[in-house]
Write a new protein. Structure first.
Length: 251
């Protein structure tokens, strides 16, 4: 991958998408991870004076906020910090009739509330400033559906959705993303100790190699069969996430 050409192409694409939509700039959620750092840096290049970073902690690892602020400072991105923990707890109580309990209110049905609340907050700022919401999903996540429907998947544009995780790492180094962020274990911050690789049951290096071979039609013969089948199943089961909701057509 030619990182310089990739950077130039994505920056021009972001600018065109916003201009075509009649928007003045972009807003991006800064999570403290590598994907949002790269998207934030690219958006800042596209709109030096009209990029906003939003940090949305929700019972999060303190390091995530620290890293998000580090990215904002590194690339001179103005930020808004909104603690959505009260909103999450209020939603959990509204759904269950009980005060939030860390042990009782766990599971994917509660974890997915967080990214959906975050997206609500991002669209608040997007509407306020007439900006587009830039998503941070990469190709690895998009292909297997590793994102929350109408959460981090509910965005206006996806600048790095053609880049596998390994490509994102290369671009991050080129852009100057701090090594501390590049080397940290990727996590969606859905619960304590959650990591992407732990939840998926496969490393990004393994996942990227399998997805690359599937995407290009290359042989999978020498790849662990169980992992190949696992990835194929994830692609199949998440197809609905990559499509618009089906509508019933009356004849």
């Amino acid at each position: 991958m030619d990182v310089q050409a990739t950077e130039k192409h994505i920056v021009a694409w972001i600018r065109k998408q916003a201009q075509d939509a009649g928007c003045k700039g972009v807003v991006v959620g800064l999570s403290g991870g590598i994907d949002s750092a790269v998207v934030g840096a690219l958006c800042k290049k596209a709109f030096p004076d009209n990029t906003l970073g939003v940090i949305l902690p929700c019972m999060s690892n303190p390091d995530d906020r620290k890293h998000a602020e580090m990215v904002a400072k590194k690339f001179n991105i103005p930020i808004e910090i909104v603690d959505i923990e009260p909103a999450f707890k209020a939603m959990a109580k509204a759904l269950t009739g009980k005060e939030h309990d860390k042990e009782k209110h766990k599971g994917i049905e509660f974890a997915n509330i967080k990214p959906r609340l975050r997206m609500t907050a991002l669209y608040h700022f997007a509407n306020k400033h007439n900006y587009l919401v830039a998503g941070t999903d990469n190709k690895s996540e998009a292909m297997i559906g590793y994102f929350t429907k109408y959460g981090d998947g509910g965005v206006d544009i996806l600048p790095i959705t053609s880049l596998f995780k390994r490509d994102v790492r290369k671009l991050a180094k080129h852009l100057g993303v701090p090594d501390e962020i590049i080397t940290k274990h990727p996590s969606a911050g859905l619960w304590d100790g959650q990591t992407d690789e732990g939840e998926m049951g496969i490393t990004y290096d393994e996942l990227d190699e399998i997805l690359h071979r599937i995407d290009t039609g290359k042989s999978l013969e020498r790849i662990d069969h169980a992992k190949v089948e696992k990835v194929k199943m994830m692609i199949e089961k998440s197809e609905h996430k990559r499509q618009l909701p089906p509508g019933c057509i009356l004849e």
